[in-house]
Design a protein around this ligand. Sequence first.
Ligand SMILES: Cc1ncc(COP(=O)(O)O)c(C=O)c1O
Length: 419
Amino acid sequence: MPSSKEFIEMDLKYGAHNYHPIPVVISKAEGCWVYDPEGKKYLDCLSAYSSQNTGHCHPEIIKALKEQADKVTLTSRAFHNDMMGPYLKQLCDIVGPHVYDPKKTGIMALPMNTGAEAVETGLKVARAWGYIKKKIPRGEAKIIVCGDNFHGRTITIVGLSTDIQHARYFGNFGPFTPGFIIIPYGDAQKLENTILEIGPENVAAFLVEPIQGEAGVKIPPEGYLKKIRRICTKYNVLLMVDEIQTGLCRTGKLFACDHENVKPDMFLLGKALGGGVYPVSAVVTTTEIIGPDVITPGTHGSTFGGNPLAAAVAMKSLDIHINENLAERAREVGAYFIKELRKITNKKTKVPVKEVRGRGLLIAIEFKGDVRHFIENLKEKGILAKDTHSTTIRFAPPLIITKEEIDWALKIIEDVIVE
Ligand SMILES: Cc1ncc(COP(=O)(O)O)c(C=O)c1O
């Protein structure tokens, strides 16, 4: 087998340099642990950006994948298959009680593959609902989004990102899709003011992450979600939450919105839905919003969305999240991890610490300086974590991680960051 160095050289020679990975090659994985070709073992504290909630290669998910692979894998939506319906029923049954459905029209889902596709789909649905149901004049629908958001990398999505201010997006990918207004994250009053400035009759939706993951695990002020819910209801604006990273138990509840008992109009889900083995995403909302009078044949689609293999994997992933009580585990173990990290960061660190924050097992240490050297040092000592925005280290291990594994990690983290 080629060495790690050779694999990295091949990536760099033949693959576009659209990522700047930590120089480690993973060739095997199980649970919370991954292995390089030389056999060195690492604790995965990134979980493929929260996609590996159930742990790498969960035996039941792999079994479901293999069994389905032997039957039928892809039909396209030109035909029905015998897996999509049961999967969507299960998804709607689980997510439904968390969705705002005042007219009790019922819950429906639209299956896609990647997170960015779920966001794009949600934006299209919101606009269509705006024109068809809210009677916004054609071409006038506005969607409000937040500064520092991360919703993916398509043209529309990077266009509504504040990263367009940075060199990596600015100039090279425009012109962008019009109709989006960016307001600061966590400021409910600003949302109401902006709706009033635009004219509530033309605002279709507000798109928000209940915790901003990629921005560095930014938790909004207490009560923010309740307030934005009230404002959206008052002006008949859809509350669309991107729980692609925070959803499915990551923050210690099934959804991050549950921490404030807030029910959005629409969930955007992805990552862990695919059980860490397959891209599976979905928009879950009410029949009022996505029903046959809004989304009609040909208005949206994906060759792979809702395919039988994806459905088999997603059903098993949902089962495991619930049957293994992953929300409760994330809540308990996460609280312990955060408490112990705070003890460590109270000591004199090599780079001063600004804050330790987190909810469940979505945790970050924000430093007052660059942390890339910490990341590389952690890797040398057997922990894979990733920086966001160069000053923040995010810790988001699989939700099956044990207290003993966290204790092992804490010793290394202390060794790396404390003077
Ligand atoms: C909150 C959020 N939304 C959307 C996405 C995009 O998902 P994907 O990379 O599957 O397109 C991500 C990915 O990190 C995310 O964290």
